[in-house]
Design a protein around this ligand. Structure first.
Ligand code: PMP
Length: 349
């Protein structure tokens, strides 16, 4: 080994779900939305002046930030935007978890959290979910350097009622609590009503799931002005121009079509509930989902076997290796047709 190699930061990266190059794959592995973005987004894209791409975008992404503040009824200075919620969460870890004490998040949750903790050298502890994969609020009542809760949780798909979430925030007012609401639009309880009461609460959202814009990479955080200011200062110390002109413009346009947004959510929720019942008829145990995916295990067939067999039939779902969830598959909700193909494939298997 060369001496200089000792200076390299060693990390074990997060592995995202596969993005296959073939066109004929049914892709139910990364919780994207199966429906296209709103027609307003198409229209806004057609109206973009490509000539302006010669200039830098607005470093504050003011148009998008103001549109989000208005949409959620917040004051100016309460929204921060980033390159997908992964960017926002990563910056939040860097900005808010500097006490040297371990931060807390569940043992089964979004597997990027331990990766950010490692890359930023933040100690962490992972209270286990209970036997039914539920978060136990009492586990978060010990000394810590911050708390991160995905609600609904991923990959379990389970939502936590607001009173239990508030118990965690209430008992952790000396640290910053991040609530990752990537999937909340599909039926979860949002922590938004708590923002007025807890200055240490940061809510993180994404355009990648409910808004059909994963490819645009738009995420945002909502919180007190103090938290948003702190995030902005760190972001401006790393990269002034994170949001492209396209993401600012299309992200703003997406908020102008509430009817389309709601109708896509309704379709996905209806499909989810139908497919859950169909899978149960076929011997699957499905956790109660408040997201755009189902977390399921078969009573007789192993998770790995089903994952591989579906893959051979060009249906991609997600299988995680962790000890408690090895037998489970995470299946994103696609269109009705895609989900019928999944059921047919499972029957053949
Ligand atoms: N949080 C959770 C819980 C997720 O599942 C995901 C999607 N992988 C993200 C955040 C990040 O999504 P994005 O960066 O596309 O906004």
């Amino acid at each position: 080994m060369n001496k200089w190699e000792e200076n390299i930061r060693e990390v074990e990266p997060y592995v995202p779900g596969e993005q296959p190059q073939e066109k004929d794959v049914i892709k139910l592995n990364t919780n994207e939305n199966p429906y296209p973005p709103s027609p307003k987004v198409f229209e806004a894209h057609r109206g973009m002046e490509i000539g302006r791409f010669a200039l830098y975008p607005d470093p504050c992404a003011t148009e998008l930030v103001h549109a989000l503040e208005d949409y959620y009824g917040l004051d100016r200075g309460q929204v921060f935007v980033g390159v997908g919620s992964d960017d926002v969460l990563s910056l939040a870890f860097l900005t808010f978890f500097n006490s040297g004490k371990p931060i807390l998040f569940p043992d089964v949750t979004y597997s990027f959290y331990p990766v950010w903790a490692q890359v930023y050298r933040i100690p962490y502890e992972c209270p286990p979910l209970d036997a039914h994969f539920r978060i136990c609020p009492e586990d978060y009542q010990r000394e810590n350097g911050g708390v991160v809760i995905a609600n609904p949780n991923a990959p379990t798909s389970i939502g936590m009622p607001l009173d239990q979430l508030e118990e965690i925030i209430q008992t952790n007012q000396d640290v910053i609590v991040i609530v990752d609401e990537a999937y909340v639009d599909f039926g979860g309880d949002t922590a938004l009503p708590l923002l007025d009461r807890y200055e240490n609460l940061l809510i993180v959202r994404t355009y990648s799931k409910s808004r059909s814009l994963a490819g645009m990479r738009i995420g945002f955080a909502m919180g007190s002005k103090r938290l948003i200011q702190a995030l902005t200062s760190v972001k401006e110390s790393i990269n002034s121009y994170t949001m492209t002109m396209e993401s600012i413009c299309l992200g703003t346009a997406s908020l102008e079509d509430e009817g389309y947004f709601r109708s896509c959510l309704d379709k996905i929720i209806t499909t989810r509930d139908r497919i859950k019942a169909e899978l149960e008829k076929r011997g699957f145990i499905c956790l109660d989902s408040l997201t755009n995916f189902l977390f399921v295990r078969h009573k007789e067939r192993s998770g790995e076997h089903l994952f591989n067999e579906l893959r051979k039939k060009k249906i991609f779902v997600r299988h995680f290796g962790g000890e408690r969830i090895r037998e489970y598959l995470r299946i994103s909700i696609g269109t009705e047709e895609q989900m019928d193909r999944l059921l047919e494939a499972l029957d053949e298997i």
